[in-house]
Design a protein around this ligand. Structure first.
Ligand SMILES: *Cc1c(COP(=O)(O)O)cnc(C)c1O
Length: 408
């Protein structure tokens, strides 16, 4: 039985969208790995910003600009505290994980040479593959891949074999969005540092469930998206160690990122502004801070424990369906169940579930190499959040049974 570690009914009241109906049925939102829903506190923060103190930041002498600047910088401080970065200027606001990864990949162009090696994992999201391939094309560096096994875990022995004096960068996600596997990033970081390689961890899928401590991890770069952790879309962060952020050249040129501009030479602003050209998503950054406040109010330990119970319950219930196969069976997983039913296309199952009000993801989940590994076109992915319930899982399972009966 699900043990309620917090008051789920009260939590659900915080999310207005959970009240709506889809195709005449109550919404059962199980696509949390794609984006999370937004609590009222975050929605209110957005409304409050545009209702009371919308202004451009860091430049105005007027009151509104000062209030907006203070709120934006306070959000940066909250994020710094949340991830335990030692300096607030090590937190760079970006539009999300993809932007943050591209910023780092672009910056490494001038730091890599032909023959240098970049290691990525087989479990990556496309946003953590393509920028490195582009970097390899620019520099002549070579991409190496840590293979995965049938359980959806990285083959760590092979990882250690891949590392050598030429390895300059290692990229891996903390949690796989397609399978939910939690990767052994401590081991990955320690081993990479032994050969002098820098490590970027894509925390987009981990951050809603696991509170990462960047100093404890000793990670060089850690990136997340606000929208996967109760914040709005269009905002995320790059955490980078100060020494690395000083070494990397700016990503985009423009306003805000300069100290002095003449046509002969421009000097760049200090961190974090060096990487924050142009007017940022001010409201988004402030709302991201509110989202962290909200989640920390519930507590990440309670969230992880409750979601784990949902995962175990969903896994057991789904496996009672004949012909259903789950991809990603690591014992260390977040609340993601990726599955197929023999002989049925994931898209058809997803469409029938939608008619029943159940939102799941179908397809390759931006991780085509994983699907190729299993030789499947895609999966149905149900991903749970702390505002989901056991009753919703029952509706999912009943829906999958119904889909199976219709498609047989
Ligand atoms: C969602 C996700 C991304 C991409 O995040 P965006 O917000 O679309 O930039 C990258 N990696 C993982 C593991 C993800 O889950």
């Amino acid at each position: 039985m699900i043990q309620t570690v917090f008051d789920i009914l009260t939590i659900r009241k915080d999310f207005p969208i959970l009240n709506r109906k889809v195709n005449g049925e109550p919404l059962v939102y199980l696509d949390n790995a794609a984006t999370s829903q937004t609590p009222k506190r975050v929605i209110d923060t957005i409304v409050d910003y545009y209702s009371r103190y919308n202004a451009n930041i860091h430049r105005g002498v007027h009151t509104l600009s000062q209030e907006a600047t203070d709120a934006y910088e306070e959000a940066r401080n909250k994020i710094q505290k949340h991830f335990n970065a030692s300096e607030s200027h090590e937190i760079i606001f970006t539009s999300g994980t993809t932007h943050a990864i591209n910023l780092v990949a672009s910056g490494f162009t001038s730091l890599l040479n032909k023959g240098d090696e970049i290691v990525v994992s087989a479990l990556e999201h496309h946003s953590n593959i393509v920028p490195w391939q582009m970097l390899c094309e620019r520099t002549g560096a070579v991409l190496r891949v840590i293979p995965m096994d049938l359980e959806g875990k990285l083959v760590m022995k092979e990882y250690h074999n891949l590392l050598n004096q030429n390895t300059k960068l290692v990229f891996c996600n903390h949690v796989s969005n397609a399978l939910g596997t939690v990767n052994p990033i401590e081991e990955i970081i320690t081993a990479a540092h032994k050969v002098g390689a820098a490590v970027l961890i894509d925390g987009a899928q981990a951050a809603p469930h696991i509170k990462a401590d960047v100093q404890l991890l000793d990670v060089d770069f850690y990136v997340v998206s606000g929208h996967k952790m109760c914040g709005p879309t269009g905002v995320g962060i790059l955490y980078g160690k100060e020494a690395w952020l000083k070494k990397l050249p700016p990503y985009q040129g423009g306003g805000e990122m300069i100290e002095e501009v003449t046509f002969e030479k421009t000097t760049y602003a200090d961190l974090p502004h060096k990487f924050e050209a142009g007017t940022p998503n001010i409201c988004g950054g402030i709302a991201f801070g509110a989202a962290l406040d909200y989640m920390n109010g519930i507590g990440f330990n309670a969230i992880a424990q409750y979601e784990h119970e949902l995962l175990e319950y969903a896994t057991a219930q789904l496996l009672t369906i004949e012909g259903l196969k789950i991809y990603g069976t690591s014992t260390d997983k977040t609340a993601v169940v990726s599955f197929n039913i023999e002989g049925m296309h994931p898209y058809d199952i997803g469409s029938i579930l939608d008619k029943l009000g159940v939102a799941v993801r179908t397809g390759h989940h931006c991780a085509q190499p994983i699907m190729d590994f299993y030789k499947i076109p895609g999966t149905v992915r149900a991903s749970f959040s702390f505002y989901n319930t056991k009753e919703e899982i029952d509706i999912l399972v009943a829906g999958v049974k119904r889909a199976k009966a219709m498609l047989e």
